[in-house]
Write a protein that binds this ligand. Structure first.
Ligand code: DNO
Length: 362
């Protein structure tokens, strides 16, 4: 038997889900970030320590950062990118000094995860995040307006109103950045960071692009098995790792997540577990974690982690909005109930896999 380090994403003191709720749901580790610090600035020791203590006082451990955002000027390699890279390194040193050893980030141009409906009604009366392919054509502004309106004032990393206000400018900055150029910029960034990561024993774990294809003409890199191979060999260092997000990857049903886990388990620092239900026309809906509720293959993925002695952190990713959860009282995908059900589902599968191993080894 070995530990399944179950974690939970907590948005900080203004998250409607309390640390106590999280502990009761079965998590031991917290995934959080200092969302109040402007993108590109150093996270000071004092601020990190304050958050660490809040989490520790609730009987939990802050183990993963999701995310230290990467400034757009680093991604485009323009303007102040050198200063922002130095700041990033200092943030890593400060995090490591407070005992945090795993940092999630993404390298998606301008937009983070993208959905067309945040509260899509499901037949059982719950709601879920939903992606309607035809709605993502050529108007990112309408998309951003929709998301901001439906967040009802709740902050959501990647969709900060100040950033969305500068959408035109941001898109312009990417005009000369081809996909190959973006790969190059990612390589430069990671090569600059690796010595600090080694020195401080802190892993950089890139999140998959979500959805895993280009949107609004912006290139996206981490989209399938081939691009993951490319990423890992491009900077072949044990500190250059993945946040393997099953839902992001499986938005393309041709991506077999369990296979990727089996191939690269030692380079996965953090696992996001989420289930997707696909429609024939390419649309998809997020679904409950239970294997049969979608087509992602949650049991096979968990089995692949278990078989390979996965030592990283794992968390239930987005859940549906259940019961009284809805716009205004719940961050889309990050409510309390469905993630709690998800965590217990995963622990159930894990316990059984442990038991089967024990019996086999008797
Ligand atoms: C969505 C999340 C992403 C993820 C970032 C990592 O809910 O999976 O926003 O945190 O892409 O930088």
């Amino acid at each position: 038997m070995y530990l399944c380090k179950q974690s939970w994403r907590w948005y900080g003191p203004n998250d409607p889900v309390s640390l106590q709720d999280i502990r009761q749901a079965g998590a031991t580790d917290i995934v959080t970030a200092l969302h109040h610090i402007p993108n590109g600035e150093v996270w000071t020791l004092g601020e990190i320590e304050k958050r660490r203590k809040t989490v520790a006082d609730a009987g939990l451990r802050w183990s993963v950062v999701e995310s230290v955002p990467v400034h757009e000027q680093i991604k485009t390699r323009t303007g102040d990118f050198r200063r922002y890279t130095e700041n990033y390194k200092q943030t890593l040193r400060n995090l490591a000094a407070c005992g945090i050893r795993c940092v999630t980030y993404n390298f998606m141009p301008v937009l983070d995860w993208t959905r067309t409906d945040l509260f899509h009604p499901l037949p059982d009366g719950s709601t879920a995040l939903y992606y309607e392919k035809d709605l993502i054509q050529d108007d990112p502004r309408a998309m951003a307006d929709y998301i901001l309106k439906n967040l009802n004032g709740m902050t959501f990393p990647g969709w900060e109103p100040e950033r969305m206000a500068k959408l035109d400018e941001l898109f312009k900055a990417y005009a000369p950045v081809t996909k190959e150029k973006l790969w190059e910029n990612l390589k430069y960034f990671l090569e600059a960071l690796m010595p600090t990561c080694r020195e401080c024993d802190i892993k950089m774990a890139i999140h998959m692009d979500d959805p895993p294809w280009d949107i609004f003409g912006l290139p996206r890199l981490l989209v399938d098995a081939e691009s993951i191979d490319r990423f890992l060999s491009m900077v072949d260092d044990p500190y250059n790792c993945l946040t393997l997000c099953s839902g992001s990857l499986n938005a393309n049903p041709n991506n077999n997540v369990a296979e990727i886990v089996r191939k690269h388990c030692d380079r996965i620092a953090f696992a996001h577990i989420r289930n997707i239900h696909h429609f024939d026309n390419g649309d998809f809906s997020e679904a409950a974690h239970r294997d049969c509720c979608g087509e992602t293959g949650i049991i096979e993925i968990l089995r692949a982690y278990h078989d390979n002695g996965f030592e990283g952190y794992i968390r239930p990713d987005h859940g549906r909005q259940l019961w009284e959860e809805g716009p205004g009282n719940c961050r889309p995908g990050y409510g309390k109930y469905d993630r709690a059900l998800g965590i217990q589902y995963m622990l159930g599968v894990w316990d059984l896999l442990d038991r089967l191993d024990e019996e086999k080894n008797k």
